[in-house]
Design a binder for this molecule. Structure first.
Ligand SMILES: O=C(CO)[C@@H](O)[C@H](O)COP(=O)(O)O
Length: 249
């Protein structure tokens, strides 16, 4: 059976002027995780913030009592050098470090040499490195990347090198408030069929009007930014998203 719904509002749409309160309020309104979008202006054409801000907001949200439990900081690293920042984010209080496949395979960063002896960053070595620092690991793919690149990474008997979550982007990464891409759903369906217990996250354009499409395809981790933070009653939106996913189990 597919895992239960995990609702992860994207704080990209929160009021950055009172981010700590926005984060604690959102967890209080029923969110499971907080989706923390980290953008470097290179991998994506936009910038957000780095580890010092994560440290600050961490102090407003209790650490999860169990792995991937309530209060998880799901850090979506839209950055060109994902290996370089693992330790900083671990120290800042990140629980789930989700890097982009496209960034990892194009990265030649020399940081964290213990993670790999190869010139390019191998996703499986990066996952193992993240696990070694006590975090969970996620791997994300952009709309133009074929889902099959994930199979080789997931079909590995060494669990240390296997991600705890896969993120299928349903918009081009970089900005909130974009239109959901339903043509990404075959990727979700293929993953769900092959890996019934995998945490499959979707991100971009999720709302009460698109959740049924994502839930039917088999997504269980739902990122929603503008739909939650722009709603008059965010708790109600979180509940609706959760019910849509859990009603398919
Ligand atoms: O990673 C991203 C954008 O790159 C997302 O997390 C968005 O922030 C989601 O925003 P909405 O589409 O839900 O408004």
């Amino acid at each position: 059976m597919a895992p239960p719904a995990i609702i992860a509002p994207s704080i990209l749409s929160a009021d950055f002027g009172s981010l700590g309160k926005e984060c604690s309020d959102t967890i209080g309104r029923g969110a499971d995780w907080l989706h923390v979008d980290i953008m470097d202006g290179h991998f994506v054409p936009n910038m957000t913030f780095g580890a010092p801000v994560v440290t600050k907001i961490r102090s407003h949200v209790e650490r999860p009592k169990e792995a991937l439990g309530k209060g998880t900081f799901d850090c979506h690293m839209m950055i060109a050098e994902p290996k370089k920042w693992v330790k900083d984010f671990q120290k800042a209080g990140c629980d789930l470090y989700c890097f982009h496949y496209e960034a990892a395979i194009n990265s030649t960063a020399a940081e964290a040499p213990e993670a790999t002896s190869e010139k390019k960053t191998s996703p499986k070595d990066l996952i193992s490195y993240i696990h070694g620092l006590g975090m969970r690991a996620g791997i994300a793919i952009k709309p133009g990347t074929d889902v099959s690149v994930l199979y080789e990474i997931l079909d590995n008997s060494n669990k240390d090198e296997v991600p705890d979550m896969c993120l299928i982007m349903t918009v081009e990464p970089g900005f909130g408030g974009q239109k959901f891409m339903p043509d990404m759903m075959p990727k979700v369906e293929a993953l769900r069929k092959r890996y019934p217990e995998l945490n499959i996250e979707v991100d971009g354009g999720l709302s009460e009007s698109t959740i049924d499409t994502a839930a039917d395809a088999g997504a269980n981790v739902i990122v929603a930014g503008s739909a939650v933070f722009g709603a008059p009653d965010p708790a109600q939106v979180i509940l609706k998203l959760r019910e849509a996913v859990d009603s398919r189990r």
